[in-house]
Ligand binder design. Structure first.
Ligand SMILES: Nc1nc2c(c(=O)[nH]1)N=C([C@H](O)[C@H](O)COP(=O)(O)OP(=O)(O)OP(=O)(O)O)CN2
Ligand SMILES: [Zn+2]
Length: 124
């Protein structure tokens, strides 16, 4: 049976500091600094027989707005459950936040477009 992938994106701005205990001075990223992040959340599945969509993207957008409230203009080091605020851990944090409500979740991507970098996570 064919399946579809649908996605929705959102942006947020946040600050962090990445301390490296192995570097003499705490490393290059130890000081407080900020980034702009673009998040892409992808769901995979078949079309609902009546609605003919995998998920209402409006419904997905409302759930992502809830998540964005926690992330936007936050100090990521203070976010409960995130750990060290790397892109990798942000993917995992977003995955774990959304999965209970969105069982068709198949991928979380987080991108810093201005730095030409990002990270993609496809499941626990
Ligand atoms: N695998 C990862 N590597 C790095 C992460 C990360 O989350 N995962 N994060 C950082 C820092 O957040 C850093 O502030 C990123 O900014 P950037 O400008 O990309 O840092 P660079 O050292 O690559 O900058 P250059 O301007 O290219 O020197 C670092 N690494
Ligand atoms: Zn950084």
């Amino acid at each position: 049976m064919a399946s579809f992938e649908v996605y929705r994106e959102f942006f947020f701005e946040a600050a962090h500091a990445l301390y490296d205990p192995e570097a003499a001075n705490g490393g290059k990223y130890r000081n407080l600094h900020g980034h702009s992040f673009r998040v892409r959340v992808t769901l995979r599945g078949e079309r609902h027989p009546e609605e003919q969509w995998v998920i209402d993207l409006g419904k997905l957008g409302r759930r992502l707005a809830e998540l964005r409230e926690k992330l936007d203009h936050s100090f990521l080091n203070d976010l409960d459950g995130l750990g060290k605020p790397t892109l990798e851990n942000l993917c995992l944090y977003i995955w774990r936040d959304l999965l209970p409500d969105l069982p068709a979740l198949c991928e979380v991507g987080i991108f810093r477009d201005s730095c030409f970098e990002g990270c993609v996570y496809r499941g626990d």
